[in-house]
Design a protein around this ligand. Structure first.
Ligand code: UD1
Length: 356
């Protein structure tokens, strides 16, 4: 069985790590294509190194462009790569522009497409990620869903026959990394650890692109009565500079993005997380650190239902943070950490040789 994985952005490298390991264990031939959507060493290379992911076989070097130009450049660059690939499956991950470009490039070549992390919905049609998910799910031949909620969304869109519940592969890598870093020194400065810190990340277009919204988010972080370790995504840094919004106000300590193991360690030691990232909301839950999400909706509704995640507007952040008091739980809505082997099994079981 030959699988071509197409990745390009930071969360996709995290998802790729356990999948690459499981495909290797299953004896599959696995080709990795990197679109180049994320290109800074801290956003890309360190993930391959730390998570022991094989070096990509092909790097397209597309880089940052406007949405249409970026997606189009990837589509054009992927076509000749996929055309000669003879893949049993083109495997696409999550909801980025790289996901959509790879799905469209593959279907136009009649190559079977499998979508990992299928069925997530925010129902917010202003998010670029929501379009990427919906379009990719409807183009794909196999929908690998992380949760029962995702399976229900796929069913309501008439996609049940193509859907398989595999669990969440980010859980595999998160729990494994938690155990690996348990006895390593903390990456968080001692003074922050002593007073009890919050980890914050902000990168979504809806929080960074509008100057007023960005100022409100940064103001809310600056108002917090505890130290805030702000892991600053390049988009946040770029937009803050462009809009003249300072990041390092109040007790906010700005840090470059951390490698994955250090991120997990920082989350384990934090008193809370404030984020707009999908992955971080879930990782916070898995590591049992309470979370406030600066969005009006979430795809990972289980974290909210179980009381470990609260959605808040920036102005409500201090109150939301102070009110966090989740009940202990041993619920496993994202699986037991063995989703990647279920992915390999589903790909083998549903293997198709050609598309009509
Ligand atoms: C993308 C995904 C988002 C995902 C996120 C994870 C889309 C539409 N969005 O958002 O779903 O949650 O990745 O990080 O695909 N930049 C750098 N260096 C890099 C990468 C980006 O400086 O290595 C800067 C550039 O200024 C760029 C901006 O970040 O303009 C945004 O990058 P882009 O790839 O458009 O999307 P993200 O915001 O990272």
């Amino acid at each position: 069985m030959k699988i071509v994985s197409v990745v390009g952005a930071r969360p996709q490298f995290v998802k790729l790590a356990p999948v690459a390991r499981a495909l290797d264990a299953a004896g599959a031939e696995h080709v990795i294509v990197h679109t180049g959507q994320h290109y800074d060493a801290a956003m890309s290379d360190v993930f391959f190194d730390d998570l022991a992911i094989p070096v990509p076989d092909v790097h397209l070097g597309v880089g940052s462009l406007r949405h249409g130009a970026q997606t189009g450049a990837m589509l054009a660059a992927l076509e000749p790569v996929l055309a000669g690939s003879d893949a049993d499956w083109v495997l696409v991950y999550g909801d980025t522009n790289s996901t959509l470009a790879a799905a469209v490039a593959a279907v136009k070549l009649h190559l079977p497409v499998a979508h990992l992390e299928a069925g997530l919905r925010s129902f917010n049609r202003r998010m670029p990620e929501e379009h990427n998910r919906v379009l990719t799910d409807h183009a794909a031949d196999l929908l690998l869903a992380p949760t029962g909620t995702a399976m229900a969304h796929l069913a309501s869109e008439g996609l049940s026959a193509r859907s398989v519940l595999v669990g969440d592969v980010m859980t595999d890598v998160c729990l494994r990394t938690r155990d690996q870093v348990a006895d390593r020194p903390s990456p968080v400065p001692e003074d922050l650890r002593e007073s009890g810190y919050v980890v914050a990340t902000v990168h979504r277009a809806e929080n960074t692109d509008d100057p007023q919204r960005l100022a409100a988010v940064c103001e809310a972080l600056a108002q917090l009565p505890v130290p805030v370790l702000l892991l600053a995504h390049p988009r946040l840094v770029a937009r803050a500079r462009e809009h003249g919004v300072p990041l390092d106000r109040g007790r906010v300590r700005v840090s470059p993005p951390l490698p994955y193991p250090q991120t997990v360690a920082a989350l384990v030691g934090a008193r809370a997380v404030v984020t707009d990232s999908g992955g971080l909301q879930k990782e916070a839950f898995l590591l049992r650190t309470p979370c406030v999400t600066l969005r009006t909706e979430t795809e990972w509704t289980e974290t909210v239902d179980l009381g470990w995640n609260v959605l808040a507007e920036p102005a409500d952040l201090p109150r939301a943070l102070a009110g966090l008091d989740p009940a202990p739980t041993d619920a496993t809505p994202y699986g037991a950490g063995d989703a990647a082997s279920a992915v390999a099994t589903a790909l083998a079981a549903r293997r198709v040789t050609a598309r009509v």
